[in-house]
Design a protein around this ligand. Structure first.
Ligand code: SF4
Length: 417
Protein backbone atom coordinates (compact mmCIF):
# COMPACT_ATOMS: atom_id res chain seq x y z
CA UNK A 1 0.00 0.00 0.00
CA UNK A 2 2.83 2.42 0.65
CA UNK A 3 3.50 2.71 -3.08
CA UNK A 4 -0.06 3.95 -3.60
CA UNK A 5 0.25 6.84 -1.18
CA UNK A 6 3.18 8.72 -2.62
CA UNK A 7 2.74 12.49 -2.72
CA UNK A 8 3.58 14.16 -6.06
CA UNK A 9 3.00 11.02 -8.10
CA UNK A 10 1.15 11.35 -11.40
CA UNK A 11 -2.16 10.05 -10.06
CA UNK A 12 -3.92 6.84 -10.96
CA UNK A 13 -6.47 4.54 -9.40
CA UNK A 14 -3.71 2.35 -7.96
CA UNK A 15 -1.46 5.32 -7.19
CA UNK A 16 -3.74 8.09 -5.88
CA UNK A 17 -2.04 11.42 -5.33
CA UNK A 18 -2.42 13.48 -2.18
CA UNK A 19 -3.69 17.02 -2.75
CA UNK A 20 -5.00 19.72 -0.45
CA UNK A 21 -8.52 18.30 -0.55
CA UNK A 22 -7.61 14.62 -0.15
CA UNK A 23 -6.49 11.97 -2.60
CA UNK A 24 -7.01 12.24 -6.37
CA UNK A 25 -8.04 9.06 -8.21
CA UNK A 26 -7.51 9.13 -11.97
CA UNK A 27 -8.97 6.58 -14.38
CA UNK A 28 -7.33 6.07 -17.76
CA UNK A 29 -10.25 4.98 -19.93
CA UNK A 30 -9.10 3.34 -23.16
CA UNK A 31 -10.11 5.43 -26.18
CA UNK A 32 -11.83 7.90 -23.83
CA UNK A 33 -14.99 5.81 -24.10
CA UNK A 34 -17.41 6.45 -21.26
CA UNK A 35 -20.59 4.36 -21.52
CA UNK A 36 -23.60 5.90 -19.77
CA UNK A 37 -23.78 3.28 -17.03
CA UNK A 38 -20.09 3.67 -16.28
CA UNK A 39 -20.48 7.47 -16.05
CA UNK A 40 -23.27 7.00 -13.51
CA UNK A 41 -21.20 4.52 -11.49
CA UNK A 42 -18.24 6.91 -11.52
CA UNK A 43 -20.50 9.74 -10.29
CA UNK A 44 -21.81 7.51 -7.51
CA UNK A 45 -18.27 6.58 -6.42
CA UNK A 46 -17.18 10.24 -6.52
CA UNK A 47 -20.02 11.12 -4.16
CA UNK A 48 -19.56 8.17 -1.80
CA UNK A 49 -15.77 8.12 -1.57
CA UNK A 50 -14.69 11.60 -2.69
CA UNK A 51 -15.93 15.16 -2.29
CA UNK A 52 -18.12 14.92 -5.41
CA UNK A 53 -15.75 16.90 -7.65
CA UNK A 54 -14.91 15.30 -11.01
CA UNK A 55 -12.06 16.50 -13.25
CA UNK A 56 -11.36 15.83 -16.92
CA UNK A 57 -7.62 15.97 -17.47
CA UNK A 58 -5.73 17.38 -20.48
CA UNK A 59 -5.11 13.77 -21.49
CA UNK A 60 -8.79 12.86 -21.54
CA UNK A 61 -8.68 11.01 -18.21
CA UNK A 62 -11.42 11.22 -15.61
CA UNK A 63 -10.56 11.80 -11.98
CA UNK A 64 -12.36 12.13 -8.70
CA UNK A 65 -11.06 14.23 -5.82
CA UNK A 66 -11.20 14.46 -2.08
CA UNK A 67 -10.90 10.76 -1.23
CA UNK A 68 -9.97 10.17 2.41
CA UNK A 69 -6.91 8.00 3.05
CA UNK A 70 -8.92 5.42 5.00
CA UNK A 71 -11.29 4.95 2.00
CA UNK A 72 -8.62 4.18 -0.60
CA UNK A 73 -8.71 0.40 -0.23
CA UNK A 74 -12.53 0.22 -0.34
CA UNK A 75 -12.67 2.41 -3.45
CA UNK A 76 -10.01 0.31 -5.14
CA UNK A 77 -12.00 -2.84 -4.30
CA UNK A 78 -15.07 -1.40 -6.02
CA UNK A 79 -13.07 -0.31 -9.07
CA UNK A 80 -11.44 -3.75 -9.24
CA UNK A 81 -14.83 -5.42 -9.18
CA UNK A 82 -15.84 -3.23 -12.14
CA UNK A 83 -12.76 -4.31 -14.07
CA UNK A 84 -11.31 -0.79 -13.97
CA UNK A 85 -8.00 -1.53 -12.24
CA UNK A 86 -4.74 -2.48 -13.93
CA UNK A 87 -2.53 -5.34 -12.76
CA UNK A 88 -0.25 -2.96 -10.86
CA UNK A 89 0.49 0.74 -10.43
CA UNK A 90 3.39 0.79 -12.91
CA UNK A 91 1.33 -0.83 -15.66
CA UNK A 92 -1.42 1.71 -14.99
CA UNK A 93 0.92 4.70 -14.97
CA UNK A 94 2.47 3.90 -18.34
CA UNK A 95 -0.89 3.69 -20.18
CA UNK A 96 -0.79 7.30 -21.29
CA UNK A 97 -2.38 7.33 -24.74
CA UNK A 98 -4.50 10.27 -25.91
CA UNK A 99 -7.12 8.96 -28.36
CA UNK A 100 -9.16 10.52 -31.15
CA UNK A 101 -12.44 11.43 -29.44
CA UNK A 102 -14.68 10.72 -32.44
CA UNK A 103 -13.02 7.47 -33.54
CA UNK A 104 -15.62 5.17 -35.09
CA UNK A 105 -18.20 8.00 -35.36
CA UNK A 106 -16.45 10.19 -37.91
CA UNK A 107 -16.62 8.94 -41.51
CA UNK A 108 -14.27 11.74 -42.59
CA UNK A 109 -11.43 10.33 -40.45
CA UNK A 110 -8.81 8.53 -42.59
CA UNK A 111 -8.66 5.71 -40.04
CA UNK A 112 -10.43 4.37 -36.97
CA UNK A 113 -7.79 4.82 -34.26
CA UNK A 114 -9.55 2.67 -31.61
CA UNK A 115 -7.86 -0.69 -32.33
CA UNK A 116 -4.46 1.00 -32.53
CA UNK A 117 -4.97 2.74 -29.15
CA UNK A 118 -6.13 -0.50 -27.54
CA UNK A 119 -3.16 -2.42 -28.92
CA UNK A 120 -0.70 0.27 -27.82
CA UNK A 121 -2.13 0.36 -24.29
CA UNK A 122 -1.93 -3.44 -24.07
CA UNK A 123 1.71 -3.33 -25.18
CA UNK A 124 2.57 -0.65 -22.61
CA UNK A 125 0.88 -2.57 -19.81
CA UNK A 126 2.53 -5.86 -20.84
CA UNK A 127 6.16 -4.83 -21.46
CA UNK A 128 7.74 -4.32 -18.06
CA UNK A 129 10.83 -2.63 -19.52
CA UNK A 130 8.55 0.21 -20.67
CA UNK A 131 7.27 0.76 -17.13
CA UNK A 132 10.44 2.77 -16.55
CA UNK A 133 9.07 5.55 -18.78
CA UNK A 134 8.73 8.78 -16.75
CA UNK A 135 5.34 9.49 -15.19
CA UNK A 136 4.19 12.16 -17.64
CA UNK A 137 5.57 10.48 -20.77
CA UNK A 138 2.70 9.99 -23.20
CA UNK A 139 1.54 8.90 -26.64
CA UNK A 140 -1.26 9.99 -28.94
CA UNK A 141 -2.98 8.27 -31.85
CA UNK A 142 -4.82 10.76 -34.03
CA UNK A 143 -7.23 9.32 -36.60
CA UNK A 144 -7.70 12.80 -38.14
CA UNK A 145 -11.06 13.85 -39.59
CA UNK A 146 -13.44 16.31 -37.95
CA UNK A 147 -11.57 16.65 -34.64
CA UNK A 148 -7.84 16.08 -35.14
CA UNK A 149 -5.75 16.25 -31.97
CA UNK A 150 -4.69 19.86 -32.45
CA UNK A 151 -2.77 21.49 -29.67
CA UNK A 152 -2.27 18.16 -27.86
CA UNK A 153 1.42 17.71 -27.08
CA UNK A 154 2.64 14.20 -26.40
CA UNK A 155 6.08 12.61 -26.45
CA UNK A 156 5.37 10.14 -29.25
CA UNK A 157 2.54 11.18 -31.58
CA UNK A 158 1.05 9.17 -34.41
CA UNK A 159 -1.35 10.90 -36.81
CA UNK A 160 -3.29 9.61 -39.81
CA UNK A 161 -2.14 10.98 -43.15
CA UNK A 162 -5.04 12.42 -45.20
CA UNK A 163 -5.59 10.33 -48.33
CA UNK A 164 -3.39 7.48 -47.05
CA UNK A 165 -5.51 5.49 -44.56
CA UNK A 166 -2.85 2.87 -43.92
CA UNK A 167 -0.05 5.37 -43.19
CA UNK A 168 0.77 7.40 -40.08
CA UNK A 169 2.92 10.46 -39.53
CA UNK A 170 5.24 10.28 -36.52
CA UNK A 171 6.27 13.21 -34.30
CA UNK A 172 8.77 13.03 -31.46
CA UNK A 173 8.50 15.74 -28.84
CA UNK A 174 6.52 17.82 -31.33
CA UNK A 175 9.07 17.47 -34.12
CA UNK A 176 8.16 15.59 -37.37
CA UNK A 177 10.21 12.39 -37.43
CA UNK A 178 8.91 10.11 -40.17
CA UNK A 179 6.13 8.06 -41.63
CA UNK A 180 5.14 4.46 -41.00
CA UNK A 181 2.58 1.81 -41.87
CA UNK A 182 -0.33 1.89 -39.41
CA UNK A 183 0.07 -1.85 -38.80
CA UNK A 184 3.61 -1.19 -37.49
CA UNK A 185 2.50 1.27 -34.79
CA UNK A 186 3.17 -1.00 -31.81
CA UNK A 187 6.55 -2.21 -33.08
CA UNK A 188 7.62 1.37 -33.77
CA UNK A 189 6.25 2.68 -30.45
CA UNK A 190 8.14 0.03 -28.49
CA UNK A 191 11.44 0.67 -30.31
CA UNK A 192 11.10 4.42 -29.83
CA UNK A 193 10.30 4.05 -26.13
CA UNK A 194 13.29 1.76 -25.61
CA UNK A 195 15.57 4.19 -27.48
CA UNK A 196 14.24 7.04 -25.36
CA UNK A 197 14.99 5.12 -22.16
CA UNK A 198 18.51 4.37 -23.39
CA UNK A 199 19.24 7.96 -24.43
CA UNK A 200 17.32 10.07 -21.94
CA UNK A 201 19.92 10.56 -19.22
CA UNK A 202 18.21 12.85 -16.72
CA UNK A 203 15.60 14.07 -19.22
CA UNK A 204 12.00 13.17 -18.54
CA UNK A 205 10.38 14.25 -21.80
CA UNK A 206 10.99 13.43 -25.44
CA UNK A 207 11.18 17.11 -26.40
CA UNK A 208 14.25 17.52 -24.16
CA UNK A 209 16.03 14.54 -25.75
CA UNK A 210 15.17 15.77 -29.25
CA UNK A 211 16.45 19.24 -28.39
CA UNK A 212 19.71 17.71 -27.13
CA UNK A 213 20.33 14.97 -29.72
CA UNK A 214 17.92 15.56 -32.62
CA UNK A 215 15.59 12.79 -33.84
CA UNK A 216 18.16 10.59 -35.65
CA UNK A 217 19.48 8.61 -32.60
CA UNK A 218 15.93 7.98 -31.45
CA UNK A 219 15.07 6.44 -34.83
CA UNK A 220 17.92 3.94 -34.74
CA UNK A 221 16.53 0.53 -35.72
CA UNK A 222 12.99 1.92 -36.08
CA UNK A 223 10.92 1.15 -39.19
CA UNK A 224 10.02 4.66 -40.31
CA UNK A 225 10.76 6.54 -43.53
CA UNK A 226 11.64 10.21 -44.01
CA UNK A 227 9.38 12.81 -42.42
CA UNK A 228 6.28 13.82 -44.37
CA UNK A 229 5.64 17.52 -44.98
CA UNK A 230 5.11 19.39 -41.73
CA UNK A 231 1.47 19.48 -40.74
CA UNK A 232 -0.10 22.81 -39.92
CA UNK A 233 -0.60 22.62 -36.15
CA UNK A 234 -2.94 25.07 -34.53
CA UNK A 235 -4.35 25.37 -31.07
CA UNK A 236 -7.67 23.62 -30.64
CA UNK A 237 -10.66 25.86 -31.37
CA UNK A 238 -13.90 25.32 -29.58
CA UNK A 239 -16.01 26.33 -32.62
CA UNK A 240 -16.22 22.76 -33.86
CA UNK A 241 -16.16 21.05 -30.47
CA UNK A 242 -18.87 22.68 -28.34
CA UNK A 243 -22.63 22.64 -28.93
CA UNK A 244 -24.44 20.61 -31.60
CA UNK A 245 -22.03 19.63 -34.37
CA UNK A 246 -22.79 17.67 -37.56
CA UNK A 247 -20.31 14.89 -38.27
CA UNK A 248 -20.85 12.59 -41.21
CA UNK A 249 -24.50 11.55 -41.25
CA UNK A 250 -24.79 11.97 -37.48
CA UNK A 251 -24.23 14.64 -34.86
CA UNK A 252 -22.51 15.07 -31.55
CA UNK A 253 -22.89 17.56 -28.73
CA UNK A 254 -19.74 18.89 -27.11
CA UNK A 255 -20.16 19.93 -23.46
CA UNK A 256 -17.26 21.92 -22.01
CA UNK A 257 -16.26 21.66 -18.35
CA UNK A 258 -15.40 24.95 -16.67
CA UNK A 259 -11.70 24.55 -15.75
CA UNK A 260 -12.10 20.87 -16.60
CA UNK A 261 -14.31 20.24 -13.56
CA UNK A 262 -17.91 19.29 -12.85
CA UNK A 263 -19.58 17.67 -9.89
CA UNK A 264 -20.77 14.10 -9.75
CA UNK A 265 -24.44 15.09 -10.01
CA UNK A 266 -23.78 16.96 -13.28
CA UNK A 267 -21.84 14.00 -14.71
CA UNK A 268 -24.69 11.67 -13.85
CA UNK A 269 -27.26 14.09 -15.31
CA UNK A 270 -25.17 14.43 -18.48
CA UNK A 271 -25.20 10.65 -18.90
CA UNK A 272 -28.95 10.48 -18.31
CA UNK A 273 -29.79 13.36 -20.66
CA UNK A 274 -27.52 12.10 -23.44
CA UNK A 275 -28.88 8.59 -23.12
CA UNK A 276 -32.49 9.86 -23.22
CA UNK A 277 -31.63 11.86 -26.36
CA UNK A 278 -30.57 8.71 -28.17
CA UNK A 279 -26.78 9.25 -28.04
CA UNK A 280 -24.63 6.14 -28.40
CA UNK A 281 -22.14 6.94 -25.62
CA UNK A 282 -19.94 9.62 -24.11
CA UNK A 283 -16.40 10.34 -25.26
CA UNK A 284 -13.72 12.15 -23.26
CA UNK A 285 -11.52 14.67 -25.05
CA UNK A 286 -8.19 16.33 -24.20
CA UNK A 287 -9.90 19.74 -24.53
CA UNK A 288 -11.84 19.71 -21.25
CA UNK A 289 -15.04 18.72 -23.04
CA UNK A 290 -17.17 15.59 -23.06
CA UNK A 291 -18.91 14.58 -26.29
CA UNK A 292 -22.29 12.86 -26.56
CA UNK A 293 -21.90 11.04 -29.89
CA UNK A 294 -24.21 9.37 -32.42
CA UNK A 295 -27.17 11.79 -32.21
CA UNK A 296 -29.92 12.74 -34.68
CA UNK A 297 -29.81 16.44 -35.56
CA UNK A 298 -33.00 17.46 -33.77
CA UNK A 299 -32.02 15.53 -30.64
CA UNK A 300 -28.59 17.17 -30.64
CA UNK A 301 -30.06 20.67 -30.91
CA UNK A 302 -32.53 19.95 -28.11
CA UNK A 303 -29.82 18.55 -25.87
CA UNK A 304 -27.76 21.78 -25.95
CA UNK A 305 -29.90 23.95 -23.62
CA UNK A 306 -30.45 21.02 -21.27
CA UNK A 307 -26.70 20.53 -20.81
CA UNK A 308 -26.20 24.29 -20.53
CA UNK A 309 -28.68 24.30 -17.64
CA UNK A 310 -26.53 21.68 -15.92
CA UNK A 311 -23.56 24.07 -15.93
CA UNK A 312 -21.68 22.78 -18.97
CA UNK A 313 -20.21 25.24 -21.47
CA UNK A 314 -21.93 24.88 -24.85
CA UNK A 315 -21.04 28.20 -26.50
CA UNK A 316 -17.64 28.70 -28.11
CA UNK A 317 -18.03 32.46 -27.53
CA UNK A 318 -18.05 32.03 -23.74
CA UNK A 319 -15.12 34.14 -22.49
CA UNK A 320 -14.53 31.73 -19.59
CA UNK A 321 -13.06 29.32 -22.16
CA UNK A 322 -10.07 31.65 -22.56
CA UNK A 323 -8.99 31.02 -18.96
CA UNK A 324 -6.88 28.17 -17.66
CA UNK A 325 -6.66 27.95 -13.89
CA UNK A 326 -5.36 25.22 -11.62
CA UNK A 327 -7.47 24.03 -8.64
CA UNK A 328 -5.78 26.70 -6.48
CA UNK A 329 -6.74 27.29 -2.87
CA UNK A 330 -8.06 25.55 -0.90
CA UNK A 331 -7.79 22.35 -3.02
CA UNK A 332 -4.00 22.56 -3.43
CA UNK A 333 -1.80 23.06 -0.41
CA UNK A 334 0.79 24.97 -2.50
CA UNK A 335 -1.71 27.57 -3.71
CA UNK A 336 -1.55 31.19 -2.58
CA UNK A 337 -4.96 32.19 -3.89
CA UNK A 338 -8.38 31.11 -5.16
CA UNK A 339 -7.37 31.34 -8.81
CA UNK A 340 -10.60 29.97 -10.25
CA UNK A 341 -12.65 32.61 -8.43
CA UNK A 342 -10.31 35.23 -9.87
CA UNK A 343 -10.74 33.81 -13.40
CA UNK A 344 -14.53 34.05 -13.10
CA UNK A 345 -14.21 37.63 -11.83
CA UNK A 346 -12.01 38.57 -14.80
CA UNK A 347 -13.88 36.69 -17.54
CA UNK A 348 -16.40 39.51 -18.25
CA UNK A 349 -13.44 41.77 -19.09
CA UNK A 350 -12.02 39.36 -21.69
CA UNK A 351 -13.24 37.53 -24.78
CA UNK A 352 -13.14 33.95 -26.01
CA UNK A 353 -11.16 35.04 -29.08
CA UNK A 354 -8.48 36.90 -27.13
CA UNK A 355 -5.20 35.35 -25.99
CA UNK A 356 -5.24 32.59 -23.44
CA UNK A 357 -5.04 33.74 -19.80
CA UNK A 358 -3.37 31.36 -17.37
CA UNK A 359 -3.97 31.96 -13.65
CA UNK A 360 -1.79 29.85 -11.41
CA UNK A 361 -1.81 29.30 -7.66
CA UNK A 362 2.01 29.09 -7.63
CA UNK A 363 5.02 29.10 -9.98
CA UNK A 364 4.59 25.44 -10.86
CA UNK A 365 1.92 26.32 -13.43
CA UNK A 366 0.11 22.95 -13.50
CA UNK A 367 -2.87 24.13 -15.54
CA UNK A 368 -1.14 25.28 -18.73
CA UNK A 369 2.33 24.49 -20.01
CA UNK A 370 2.56 26.91 -22.95
CA UNK A 371 3.32 30.64 -22.94
CA UNK A 372 0.25 32.77 -22.18
CA UNK A 373 -0.77 35.95 -20.43
CA UNK A 374 0.00 34.51 -17.00
CA UNK A 375 -0.98 35.57 -13.49
CA UNK A 376 0.65 33.89 -10.51
CA UNK A 377 -0.72 34.19 -6.97
CA UNK A 378 1.79 35.60 -4.49
CA UNK A 379 1.54 36.53 -0.83
CA UNK A 380 0.62 40.14 -1.67
CA UNK A 381 -1.43 39.92 -4.85
CA UNK A 382 -0.77 38.62 -8.34
CA UNK A 383 2.37 38.69 -10.47
CA UNK A 384 1.93 39.27 -14.20
CA UNK A 385 4.02 37.58 -16.89
CA UNK A 386 3.11 39.29 -20.16
CA UNK A 387 3.55 36.21 -22.36
CA UNK A 388 5.31 33.33 -20.74
CA UNK A 389 5.21 30.51 -18.23
CA UNK A 390 4.29 30.74 -14.55
CA UNK A 391 7.89 30.22 -13.49
CA UNK A 392 9.25 33.11 -15.60
CA UNK A 393 10.12 36.64 -14.48
CA UNK A 394 7.07 38.87 -13.95
CA UNK A 395 6.78 42.34 -15.43
CA UNK A 396 4.56 43.48 -12.54
CA UNK A 397 3.75 42.28 -9.04
CA UNK A 398 1.27 42.94 -6.25
CA UNK A 399 -1.72 43.37 -8.57
CA UNK A 400 -5.16 43.23 -6.95
CA UNK A 401 -8.50 42.52 -8.61
CA UNK A 402 -9.12 46.16 -9.57
CA UNK A 403 -5.67 46.48 -11.15
CA UNK A 404 -6.11 43.20 -13.02
CA UNK A 405 -9.53 44.23 -14.36
CA UNK A 406 -8.05 47.45 -15.61
CA UNK A 407 -5.09 45.64 -17.25
CA UNK A 408 -7.29 43.11 -18.99
CA UNK A 409 -9.75 45.75 -20.16
CA UNK A 410 -7.02 47.77 -21.86
CA UNK A 411 -5.37 44.67 -23.29
CA UNK A 412 -8.70 43.44 -24.70
CA UNK A 413 -9.36 46.85 -26.21
CA UNK A 414 -5.88 46.86 -27.74
CA UNK A 415 -6.57 43.49 -29.36
CA UNK A 416 -9.80 44.74 -30.88
CA UNK A 417 -8.12 47.77 -32.52
S1 SF4 B 1 0.11 25.37 -9.97
FE1 SF4 B 1 0.75 25.29 -7.82
S2 SF4 B 1 -1.11 25.86 -6.73
FE2 SF4 B 1 -1.76 25.25 -8.76
S3 SF4 B 1 -2.27 23.08 -8.59
FE3 SF4 B 1 -0.13 23.23 -9.29
S4 SF4 B 1 1.07 23.11 -7.38
FE4 SF4 B 1 -1.05 23.62 -6.80
Amino acid sequence: MTETLRKGWCPGALAPMLSGDGYIFRLRLTNGILPFERAKIFADLARRFGNGAVDLSARANLQMRGVAGENIADLQDELRALGLLDADARAEAVRNVVPSPLAGFDPSAPLDARPLVAALEALLAREEALHDLPAKFGFSVDGGGFLPLRGVETDIAFAALPGAPSRLALSLGGRPAGELAAQDLCVVAESLARNFLRLRGQDRRMSAVVARLGVAPLLEGVAVVAPPPTREEAAAQYDNILGAQPCGGQNFVGAGLLFGRIDADALEALAEQAQASGAAELRLTPWRAILAVGLERAAAVELVPRLSALGFLLDAQDSRLAFAACPGAPACSSARGDVRALALALAPYWSAQADRVHISGCEKGCAFNSPALTLVAEADGYALIDFGLAREKPSARGLDLAALRSRLTSLAQGMRV
